[in-house]
Structure formats: C-alpha cells, structure tokens
Ligand binder design. Sequence first.
Ligand SMILES: [Zn+2]
Length: 285
Amino acid sequence: MRWEFGRRSTNVEDRRGSGVSGPVIGGGIGAIVLSVIVALLGGDPSVIWDQGNAPSDRPQTESPQTQRPPEENRMADFVSVVLADTEDTWSSLFRQMGETYVEPKLVLYSDAVRSACGTARSAVGPFYCPGDQKLYIDLSFYEDLKNRHQAPGDFAQAYVIAHEVGHHVQNLMGISDKVQALQRRSDRVQANQLSVRLELQADCFAGIWANHADRSRHILEQGDIEEALNAASQIGDDRLQSQAKGYVVPETFTHGTSAQRVRWFKRGIQSGDPAQCNTFAAANP
Ligand SMILES: [Zn+2]
C-alpha cells in the first residue's frame, strides 16, 4: 500500500503510555476469541469491560513518542494516514448525499483505556464507541492480526480501521440506533442476525473507502486487496469458532462467516457505492 505521502489526520489522540495499567484480560482461548470477535469489529464488548480502574484515577506518566520503538511510531503514523483518507472519502460521499460528515477521533492507547462506553482492556481489540464518536486501538492488535490470525500486511491493517469507521458512518446515518431499537424487541437469535447484518455493512463500507481511496489517490499495490480479503476471511465467526472450539454454532454468530465478510467487503470495493451496502434488504446476506 502506498501511504507514506498521504495526509496525516488531526483527529488522532495519542494516549499511549498514559498509565492505565492494571490487570489485563488473561490469556487462554476465551480471551483469544473475545479479542477477535470484538476485535474486528465491535459487537458488544461489555462483558470484558469494567467501569473501575479509570485512567484518570491513576497518575499520568507520559512517555514521549521519541522513546518508543521506531516501528511503533511508524505504525501510529500509518494509522493517521488511513484515518485521514477515510475522512476525505466519507466527507466527499456525504457531500454528494447533501449531508455533512462529522469526523471521528481515533484514540491510540496501550493496555487499557477509558471511553464513553466504559473502560476497555486491549484484549477487546479495536472498537468504536458511539457515545463519544471515537475509535480506539491498541497497536499491539496488529501483531495479533499478523501472528495469531495469519493476516499480515498494511492493507489488512487499514481494513481494520476502515471497518471501525464504517460503524461511525452507521452511527451518523442513524442505522445503529434503528438496529439497537429492533434488537430490543427481538429474541437472542434475531438480535444476533441483526448484529451480523450491521457488521457486514461495516465491512462493505470499508470496501467503499478502499474503492474511493484507490480511485482518487492510487494507494493500492499488487496483492493489497487479497490481504484485506484474507483478513476478512480469517476473522469470520465460523473460522474463529472452529479454531477455538472445534465446531460452529451459526445462531451465535454476531459478525458473519468468512465467506459473508469477504463477499460484502468485495461488494463495497467493486461498486464504490454505499447504496450497494444495504445488508438489511438482502434475503441472505
Ligand atoms: Zn464491527
């Protein structure tokens, strides 16, 4: 992916090393599954969140960027460029729809972070909190993506951010609110199906970003799309469940199967048209 010369976003809040230590979710298969499930893509991580241990309760120990490993600062730089690119894409798409895009903030943190949705440990993976319209990411997640989920590559990493931005777009469009209202009137199985449609739409929106970013800024290189498709496929609910338990329970899926995630991301990247991302209208998403 050609990103080095891209614009940097002014919406990154660097809270790494700001002293929210404390017990991080332990290892074990349970944590792995949770890390990915919410990871890519934000269902309801409240189970592994707690309201205590808020960052502000602890002394802030700032650690300047210059003391960090160069690789980590390069990663932070990369995230900033991808975020800026999503801002350019969605601002222009919203303008075409006669709307104004409100840019989300992106918080970089380490270990744990306080958000309007509660205090999260990095084990939850990247997530979007509608309450404060911020994306949260601990950069160590990218190591997991590469090593634990066999999804290396910078475009796979960009896809993670673009998916979370997709949730922000859903929030701005009022889709998330409608889905939540429906879920409150649904049983568990129906609520999970709605969650799958919401996640698949965020995947499709991530594809929309990739389409526009490439058309106007030519960021894609050979193999990039395959990288993102591989990431989408590695984090399907079926793949994750069978890795963790050896079997799958489709009614419990909240993010969609590998095949579904790949299909909707592809639809976004091929069409570039948000109207093609109506996963709620599809009989079989
Ligand atoms: Zn998601």
